[in-house]
Design a protein around this ligand. Structure first.
Ligand code: FAD
Length: 374
């Protein structure tokens, strides 16, 4: 089975690795591997604290992926000797004022109605858990099983693991899909070269809607959703675990790493392919971060970046076959692509190799956006 995967972000990389483990001859096509959202993302693995009303199937997919992460990271470390910065030390979500606490209470009731274990903490208990929190913090929720990973370590580990199993990386842009006899037959690159394959997977993140040569009805409805993040550095531990906050209704998160990096994020902006960093975006992030953790302004500034999330109409990924035989989608992972990488890779590799697909992936077929009646 020859498979070509367009895009080497975490989704393409993880699927390439799993498909190669399943015996496929895999070619990854990307002019700049892991240069998209996967290089900007904070790496939170927080299906519980990210829970939104009406997104229960996405929650189940997120929980299934989070529960795979420990073994996934260990398997990668074993295969490559590379550490992914995986942590499973929980996520604390705190409320800045009384209105924020009301929102968190509602969230807790919703989480409990779905049988998800979370622990309600008083303001004092929050500060005991995270001593750098501001004295005024009203209360919070601890999701003990959520965690984080460092996407900038994860992507190279996935690439190395794939290469060890023979995954070939072609550093070129895919311009279009080759279609022969109404079936996908490979991809055409920007230098005119053709790579022939039995199956083609499109995993080009927010650029997935731009590929040429696709018949009507197979172009994924994916759009870029901009997010700005700030990276700080601290020589001494500042936060013990991922800390999310509601500050006068707006959301902020801080993700600490063992090497002293702290990622603060993120804005959410509908501005097309714009990746400019703006003064207003940075101000909002620092303003809210300082309200929660006043000491944050003492830390060293390291980097500021803007990335593009692959957004879809229902905030959920599109994974599976399309109306074009041999052409598959693995895109639209929006805010959760790092979290969803393990389960997406298992599902996509199984689809490409005609194996058993995990049940939790069933609701994410691209067919839900098909113009044809189901
Ligand atoms: P990408 O990582 O964008 O990769 C797409 C790849 O396709 C790129 O390498 C690009 O070069 C390549 N490509 C594009 N066009 C072509 C072409 N024509 N030919 C060949 N290659 C092509 N998720 C979480 O789970 N937790 C988080 O905490 C989190 N935080 C985030 C914070 C921010 C600010 C942002 C922007 C995103 C965040 N995300 C988070 C979301 C996550 O980053 C994405 O869902 C995930 O990275 C998507 O991965 P991908 O492989 O689909 O796309």
């Amino acid at each position: 089975m020859r498979i070509v995967i367009i895009g080497a972000g975490v989704i393409g990389l993880a699927t390439a690795w799993r498909a190669a483990q399943g015996g496929a001859a895999v070619t990854l096509v990307d002019p700049a591997p892991a240069s998209g959202a996967s290089s900007v993302a904070a790496g939170m693995l927080t299906p519980v604290s990210e829970l939104s009303y009406g997104e229960e199937p996405l929650l189940r997919l997120g929980l299934a992926s989070r529960d795979r992460y420990g073994a996934f990271a260990a398997e990668l470390a074993e295969a490559t000797g590379l550490d992914t910065g995986y942590r499973d030390d929980g996520t604390l979500q705190v409320a800045f004022d009384a209105d924020d606490l009301k929102l968190l209470d509602d969230l807790r009731a919703f989480q409990e109605s779905l049988g998800i274990p979370v622990e309600a903490l008083t303001g004092r208990e929050c500060r005991k858990a995270e001593p750098m929190l501001a004295p005024g913090v009203r209360g919070g929720l601890l999701a003990p099983e959520d965690g984080s990973v460092d996407p900038r370590r994860l992507a190279p580990a996935l690439l190395a693991a794939g290469e060890r199993l023979g995954v070939r990386l072609v550093r070129r842009r895919a311009e279009g899909v080759l279609v022969e006899h109404d079936t996908a037959a490979g991809v055409r690159l920007d230098d005119g070269t053709e790579i022939r394959a039995d199956k083609v997977l499109l995993a080009a993140g927010p650029w997935s809607g731009d590929l040429g040569g696709l018949p009507a009805g197979t172009v994924p409805p994916v759009r870029p959703v901009k997010g700005q993040v700030i990276r700080l550095r601290t020589p001494v531990p500042f936060l013990r675990r991922t800390t999310r906050g509601l500050v006068k209704g707006s959301s902020i998160y801080l993700v600490p790493r063992a090497d002293g990096e702290i990622v603060i994020g993120a804005t959410q902006e509908e501005l097309g392919f714009d990746t400019r960093v703006t003064a207003g975006g940075l101000w909002e992030l620092l303003r809210d971060a300082r309200e929660l953790l006043p000491g944050i302004t003492e830390l060293e500034f390291a980097e500021v970046t803007a990335g593009l999330r692959p957004g879809s109409p229902d905030n959920a990924p599109l994974m599976g076959p399309t109306a074009l035989p041999g052409f598959y989608l693995g895109t639209g992972h929006f805010r959760n692509g790092i979290l969803l990488a393990p389960v997406s890779a298992d599902a996509l590799a199984a689809m490409l190799l005609d194996g058993p697909v995990p049940e939790v992936a069933a609701p994410f077929s691209p067919a839900r956006f098909s113009p044809e009646p189901q």
